[in-house]
Design a protein. Structure first.
Length: 271
């Protein structure tokens, strides 16, 4: 007796021929509807509108912290990545010490340590050599930018290291065969290829840095999260305040995510 295949249930005909609801990006639809709902509340509800007006300066501060921190972190990461693949034991060990130390410390602890320990220590060292600097002249926003740059510089260093090492060794050998030195080969042959490969992960880190800029609230910097806390404390409008805060962060990250996806597509076309 042969085994007969089990009968399959007939497919239900679609109300709209050729339409498959399971293929719709429901996550995007939910996000879009949520954004429309919050936007309509900001336009029509007084509490939401006042909250948005109060928080808009925090958006500018958040973007400023993110941009400056990321630029410094990228430069620091590039130098660290180059040192991590260097045959010079001094540069290799210094860069490895930096990467392993910073990645082992929580970012919020790093912010507090740099802002309240390293900055005053640096001012005392400057005073010892005759350079007088007031501690009040170093704003908390600058300390937050420096701390976030130090923290993310370690991660960007590993991104650049991986990008450089992903280039085949034959590229370096071919460059040397053409008479280029190590520095010239890195500048004209290896780095242009490596940078193209690390741009997408750098974009993802930029988005992460935007969200981690909220940690600057521990330094009382008037970025988006801090202003949200102040608004909640002064009005006791918890739901309205943090609905708008979450909406603004989500809007910024979605725009940046779209930019990263576009960049990834461009990189695929180039390759």
């Amino acid at each position: 007796m042969t085994n007969q295949p089990a009968p399959q249930a007939p497919e239900r005909p679609s109300l709209i021929p050729g339409f498959d609801a399971s293929k719709l990006p429901w996550w995007g639809i939910v996000l879009a509807l949520s954004g429309i709902a919050i936007t309509s509340l900001i336009l029509t509800d007084g509490d939401y509108r006042d909250t948005f007006i109060f928080l808009k300066d925090g958006v500018i501060t958040t973007l400023r912290i993110t941009l400056f921190s990321f630029v410094i972190a990228t430069i620091l990461g590039l130098l660290t990545g180059l040192a991590r693949v260097s045959s010079n034991p001094f540069f290799f060990n210094i860069s490895t010490l930096y990467v392993e130390t910073v990645r082992g410390i929580p970012l919020v602890v790093l912010l507090l340590y740099i802002a309240f320990a390293l900055v005053p220590l640096a001012i005392e060292v400057l005073a010892a050599i005759g350079i007088t600097v007031s501690i009040r002249s170093v704003p908390m926003e600058a300390r937050a930018i420096f701390a976030l740059a130090i923290g993310y510089g370690a991660y960007e260093g590993e991104v650049f290291r991986a990008g450089i090492q992903s280039i085949g060794k034959g590229q370096m050998e071919a460059a040397k065969a053409l008479g280029l030195g190590y520095a010239q080969a890195m500048r004209f042959v290896i780095l242009p290829q490596a940078v193209r490969r690390v741009l997408p992960p750098l974009g993802n880190d930029f988005i992460s840095l935007l969200k981690d800029s909220s940690l600057a609230t521990v330094l009382a910097v008037d970025e988006l999260t801090q202003l949200g806390r102040l608004r909640r404390a002064s009005t006791f409008r918890v739901l309205e305040t943090f609905n708008v805060v979450a909406f603004l962060y989500l809007a910024m990250t979605l725009v940046l995510s779209g930019g990263v996806r576009w960049l990834e597509q461009k990189m695929k076309i180039i390759e």
